[in-house]
Design a protein around this ligand. Sequence first.
Ligand SMILES: [Zn+2]
Length: 209
Amino acid sequence: MSHPVDKTGDWRARLFGLGFALFNSGKRFEAHEEWEAMWLDEPRGHPNRLFLQGLIQIAAAFHLAATGFPRASFRLFRSARRKLIPYAPSYKGVDVAGLLPHLDRWRERMAAVAAGRAAPATEDFLLTFGGKGWNEPSPAYAGTAEDRAIFKAFEQYSSDRQVTAPCPRCAEVLTVNGRRRAPAEDAESSWSVVCPRSCVSRAYGELRA
Ligand SMILES: [Zn+2]
């Protein structure tokens, strides 16, 4: 679990940058802890939360790749990619569109390592951000029951779990891209959460403010 956080000044931007610095010096587990401290502070359903989850999973995936757990690493690369799709082309100064193909490559690499078809990865990988980083504007967020239900559905879907989140209006279970479970193969490049009775429908491909 995370260390105590000094929540003074512009602490989110500080932790965000610190996470990148740690990640790029090879301290992936420590990077994951900084971003996790930020993630815990974001309201449930806020787009920032899924974005941070994606970064946390990338850090954890590299940590597992380096410590001999290619199968678990594979799953996290897949999950991180799904979570970050709606943030392309960029979010909080991170070039998400440029990052997604790398996540694909590393995911396939981990599958090959797990199957004994490739040697463990040893080359380095750097994560960067530009602009104002965390201080780039976030989308407006009202925090409605619908926001939270949609977030929960996509969180479950992207984490390779069964979607159980109910529609806030009719209680029917929501679907993501028409399904209640993500396909094993990652052909998807956008996502939409829909109530089968059409009370809720939200597509995410554009999360910039
Ligand atoms: Zn409904």
